[in-house]
Design a protein around this ligand. Structure first.
Ligand code: NDP
Ligand code: AKG
Length: 486
């Protein structure tokens, strides 16, 4: 087992590591071994936040004036440093958030690729020439950064999500103040160490840790924060959106999902089972793109269910640092309670529990927040477990007769993030692609696991209707200037 360290992590403000004016700290613990402290974070105050925003404001002019190439070179440097520290950062991620080490390494590698992708953006076009009706006129568009961008991130992807927000913010010329989720802030602090080592100019990137209701809300309210990008719960996201709207700041919200996978009678059932297990249960189901509803055509329902349960029964649950375990713990006591609440709700509302459903407390499980992979059947779409985001390893099986019925049920939720279908029939694929209400539409592929170079975001209550990642990120992190010269 790897060594335990109990280190205090400071805020990073104006190019320097500093403690909070509160002189108080927050604790980040290992959800696999609750008594293990992964690190201490600053319990920052609004005064600390004000300093970070002032530094970012002061830095924004010179940062914007650098060439995209020069900004890109800083990001390449951060990527190289993170690559050298991949194993250490991934280990911290597993210890702090619970996902297994291979998943944590995959996420860290994805973060490195994100940095390199956006570094390259510094050399790509930022506008178009548009023919003017005036034959002597030159009309074109260019883009300008927002200024200071506030980044508020969740605990479930503590490397990738901060990077897929910070890297585009920076390459397009913004300066950044990030407030990471407290439960995974040590890992984010390690990513910030890579930025510090890369030597970005003072004030360009700043990190302030602390309570969401103080630092997160403080970012949303701050008059010198020009844009806020958020991933997390719907409740907090909506509050941030409203706060930004009132003061005229730009905002971008990525929130929940209730992602369906449809399995039709002509599907490759083995492929579907594999994808549903990976999409629904990896990271202990704690992804906004996680599969949570499995809508299966009646003719193959029994065969599919048997294959699914057989495979899930083989999964091992335990500390993600051990290669013997396929699924780690959930992030916290409150997340565990939330998952158990939904399992109880499923039972109370008449769904049939066919696998799992219990907290694991035997042996080493007694030290952490473990829950069994859980499957319900006889789920109807009006049940709570078919409507609300659980954010845990819980699958709800829903039986249907036709593809039309499947798509109708798939759409009958308030969310629209990711959806997938398993079929070999081209007409079924086309109907699904056309009719499904989701920002990510997947055919014969799992609902989670997006690619960094493609737009990412949801419909309906899953997002504020903008898109992150890929080239799409430029839309949020810049404003268009339409220029006319005569
Ligand atoms: N879409 C997604 O990827 C995610 C969805 N979720 C969903 O949200 C549920 C709750 O998770 P939770 O961690 O509590 O998510 P939150 O939405 O509470 O947290 C996300 C981020 O927002 C911050 N925050 C909390 N309160 C405020 C506030 N009032 N103003 C501004 N920022 C704030 C948090 O800080 P702090 O950590 O200090 O509280 C964190 O950095 C999960 O069960 C899941 O359903 C959660 C995480 C990711
Ligand atoms: O599926 C993924 O890889 C991304 C998931 C995600 O963005 C999230 O859970 O917040």
């Amino acid at each position: 087992m790897l060594k335990t360290e109990e280190k205090s992590y400071l805020n990073f403000i104006n190019g320097h590591w500093s403690s909070s004016s509160s002189n108080e700290q927050l604790k980040s613990i290992n959800p696999a071994v609750q008594h293990e402290v992964v690190g201490y974070l600053q319990k920052s105050t609004v005064e600390d936040l004000n300093q970070a925003v002032a530094a970012a404001k002061e830095a924004k002019h010179n940062w914007r004036k650098l060439s995209g190439n020069a900004r890109g070179n800083y990001l390449y440097r951060v990527a190289d440093i993170l690559e050298n520290r991949l194993d250490e950062v991934a280990e911290s991620l597993t210890r702090e958030m619970g996902k297994t080490l291979p998943e944590a390494k995959g996420e860290t590698a994805r973060g490195i690729a994100i940095l390199r992708y956006y570094a390259g953006e510094g050399l790509r076009k930022i506008g178009d020439v548009i023919p003017s009706t005036d034959s002597d006129g030159l009309m074109y568009t260019t883009r300008t950064p927002l200024g200071v961008v506030g980044v508020i991130t969740p605990w479930n992807f503590p490397v990738a999500i901060p990077l897929w927000k910070m890297a585009p913010a920076l390459i397009y010329g913004n300066t950044v103040v990030i407030k990471p989720a407290t439960e995974a802030a040590v890992t984010c602090a390690k990513v910030m160490e890579c930025f510090a080592e890369a030597g970005l100019p003072e004030g360009v990137v700043n990190m302030v840790t602390g309570q969401g209701s103080v630092i997160g809300q403080g970012i949303a309210e701050h008059p010198d924060v020009d844009g806020v990008t958020f991933t997390g719960s719907n409740q907090v996201g909506k509050q941030i959106g409203q706060t930004c709207l009132v003061r005229g700041a730009k905002y971008q919200l990525e929130m929940g999902g209730k992602n369906p996978v449809i399995v039709l009678e002509d599907a490759d059932l083995e492929l579907a089972v594999k994808a549903i297990i990976s999409g629904g249960l990896s990271s202990t189901g704690q992804k906004c793109t996680a599969t949570s509803r499995v809508i299966v055509q009646g003719t193959v329902y029994d065969r599919f269910k048997e294959k699914l349960l057989n495979e899930i029964e083989k999964l091992t649950v335990g500390n993600g640092l051990s290669k013997d375990n396929w699924m780690g713990p959930c992030i916290s006591q409150s997340q565990l309670e939330k998952i158990l609440y939904y399992i109880q709700k499923g039972k109370d509302e008449g769904a049939s529990l066919v696998l799992g459903g219990n907290q694991l407390t035997d042996g080493e499980h007694g030290n952490g927040y473990y829950v069994e992979p859980t499957v319900f059947e006889n789920v109807s779409n009006d049940m709570t477990i078919a409507q609300e985001e659980i954010f845990g390893p819980v699958l709800a099986l829903i039986k249907v007769e036709t593809v039309e019925e499947a798509i109708k049920l798939a759409n009958d939720v308030e969310f629209g993030l990711s959806a997938s279908i398993f079929t070999t029939h081209i007409q079924n694929m086309l109907s699904f692609i056309d009719d499904i209400e989701a920002g990510l539409v997947r055919v014969n592929a799992e609902s989670a696991g997006v690619e960094l170079q493609a737009p990412f975001g949801g419909m309906k209550n899953s997002s504020s209707h903008s898109r992150e990642q890929g080239r799409a990120a430029i839309e949020f992190f810049t404003s268009i200037k339409t220029v006319f010269i005569k």
